[in-house]
Ligand binder design. Structure first.
Ligand SMILES: Cc1cc2nc3c(=O)[nH]c(=O)nc-3n(C[C@H](O)[C@H](O)[C@H](O)COP(=O)(O)OP(=O)(O)OC[C@H]3O[C@@H](n4cnc5c(N)ncnc54)[C@H](O)[C@@H]3O)c2cc1C
Ligand code: SF4
Length: 493
């Protein structure tokens, strides 16, 4: 329960950041984690509130009060055991989770939440440093074979759970490296990729086989989705070779902006831009890397992906970075009595925004819509916008607010519409109204699609979401598959 009076004695302590000038020189992580004594003080702040809303706010239901208390007591080894009991990869979430748990923390009703994410970060980093994270190979093999299609956090969580109960698991990935959007979407400065490599090694020791550059099913001709496949295996072949198949292929179809001028040279999806930098960081030599150096960059889309484009463009040396958001600017502070314990709508300023602002190159525009891209000789030179108001369920243009912006590079970061349809079609999997794989999350029969022995989880089932939700779905789908194969399952949900 932490210290009885801890939350009254100690303030919330934020993790530190390296100075902007320093961190802009590289693509490495720049968050300075809490040291042992700082983490202990954060743990002490957990107030034994009786009903830990944080535990419900966390999508994997991390048992937060327990690990907070263990850190306060200095029992780090039991803290990692508790953390791992609900979360396969706390080093991912401890770095990049938006921490809905903290929005739900009881102290957050009228004070500053416990720094739960920073404690999670400290526990798992200490556990790796001390050799407490070891492979957990199964005691018995079941002889059942499971194929996992896609190696993002959902696929990795499903594969690890299934291998640990004795199934022979093979993960198929169309890209040349494992990790999904953790590897190619999320920039290294938010999460270095050595964290994925370390888990892959652990999972290999637990018996998981990884087959990269291998596409299952089909990709549409000319698709701009990242795809390094050298081998293609058909859906029927896969079904014939395995006792169960888990589809965790993500929601990779980027939302487009089909306005006049979309074909101009200089208008790209964020997911053409970000993966290239991550590949270069990993040592790949790219012939024509899409770069922002010396350019006026406009990022269309105000979310995480847009913010990652801002951070990457700033590191490239962009002349200016302007970010557009269609929705009006939210308030700087949420109305806590109204929204707690739910995720509040408020203005979020990321570390990438701070960097770009400190360099004096950032502009953020809200309630703005792009009407046309303009260019010369096929090359983008700018775009035309208009301000909008949200009325009666639709966006209305505000007369007289038309404006032109100069731009050499536009990055479309408006989210993802759904999974690539051809992958689901190859298996004959039914889609829901949003184009995602249709499967429920029921305790019995959940994650199963309409196709016998084919399951779906993560962004491919729920639509674009978060790493922590992907881990939850991967874990729960693993339990469903285990139950399907064995008639029962001891795996947790
Ligand atoms: C730029 C960016 C930044 C983000 N930042 C954050 C963040 O800070 N915090 C957060 O929580 N979330 C963030 N997200 C969202 C998060 O990354 C995703 O919700 C999460 O990765 C989804 O996991 P997944 O396993 O379902 O799918 P993915 O991570 O998308 O992985 C799917 C994998 O399946 C592979 N695949 C697809 N089809 C096939 C096929 N037919 N054959 C073989 N392989 C296939 C793909 O190549 C891919 O590797 C971000 C997303 C983006 C794009
Ligand atoms: S995974 Fe995310 S929501 Fe859960 S405890 Fe960690 S930071 Fe909080």
């Amino acid at each position: 329960m932490g210290k009885v009076t801890g939350f009254m004695e100690y303030e919330r302590l934020e993790e530190g950041y390296m100075p902007v000038a320093e961190r802009l020189k590289h693509y490495k992580e720049f968050v300075v984690a809490l040291d042992d004594s700082q983490a202990k003080i954060q743990g002490a702040r957990c107030m034994d509130c009786g009903t830990p809303f944080c535990n419900n706010g966390c999508p994997v239901n991390n048992i937060i009060p327990d690990f907070n208390d263990l850190v306060y007591q200095g029992d780090w080894q039991n803290a990692i055991t508790v953390l791992h009991s609900t979360n396969n990869f706390p080093e991912f979430t401890g770095r990049i989770c938006p921490a809905p748990c903290e929005a739900a923390c009881t102290i957050n009703v009228n004070g500053d939440a416990v720094g739960i994410k920073s404690i999670e970060h400290a526990i798992i980093d200490k556990a790796w440093a001390n050799g407490w994270v070891q492979p957990q190979p199964p005691k018995h093999k079941t002889g059942k074979k499971v194929a996992v299609v896609g190696s993002g956090p959902a696929g990795l969580a499903a594969a690890q759970q299934l291998a640990r109960v004795g199934h022979d698991v093979t993960v198929f990935e169309k890209n040349s490296r494992i990790g999904g959007l953790l590897r190619y979407g999320i920039p290294d400065f938010k999460m270095e990729k050595s964290h994925i490599d370390r888990r892959v090694a652990q999972m290999e020791a637990e018996g998981v086989v990884f087959k990269t550059s291998t596409l299952i099913g089909a990709m549409p001709e000319g698709s701009k989705v990242t795809n390094d496949a050298k081998t293609v295996i058909s859906a029927d072949e896969l079904k014939a070779q395995f006792d169960a198949v888990v589809l965790t292929g993500g929601a990779e179809q980027s939302r487009d902006l089909p306005v006049p001028g979309r074909d101009l040279d200089g208008v790209h999806f964020a997911m053409e831009f970000l993966p290239q930098q991550n590949k270069v960081n990993a040592g790949d030599k790219l012939k024509n890397q899409l770069r922002a150096d010396g350019k006026h960059v406009i990022v269309i889309g105000g979310g995480d992906t847009g913010s990652d484009c801002v951070g990457t463009s700033t590191r490239h040396g962009a002349l200016s970075v302007t970010q557009f958001e269609l929705m009006p600017q939210p308030p700087e502070q949420e109305d806590k009595p109204l929204v707690w314990p739910y995720w509040p709508l408020k203005l979020r300023t990321s570390s990438s925004h701070e960097e770009s602002a400190e360099k004096g190159i950032l502009q953020r525009e809200f309630a703005i819509s792009t009407k046309e891209f303009i260019g010369k000789n096929g090359k983008l030179t700018g775009l035309k916008t208009v301000h909008v108001e949200f009325k009666d369920g639709k966006f209305i243009e505000v007369p007289g607010t038309e404006k032109e912006y100069k731009a050499d590079l536009v990055l479309l970061a408006m989210g993802f519409v759904n999974p690539v349809a051809s992958v689901l079609d190859a298996f004959g999997v039914d889609k829901d109204a949003r184009g995602n794989a249709r499967a429920t999350t029921e305790f019995t029969g959940g994650y199963a699609t309409n196709v016998a022995k084919v399951f779906a989880a993560g962004d491919m089932r729920r639509g674009q979401s978060l790493v922590v939700w992907a881990i939850r779905e991967g874990r729960q789908a693993a339990r469903a598959v285990d139950e399907f194969l064995m008639g029962y399952s001891d795996l947790p949900r």
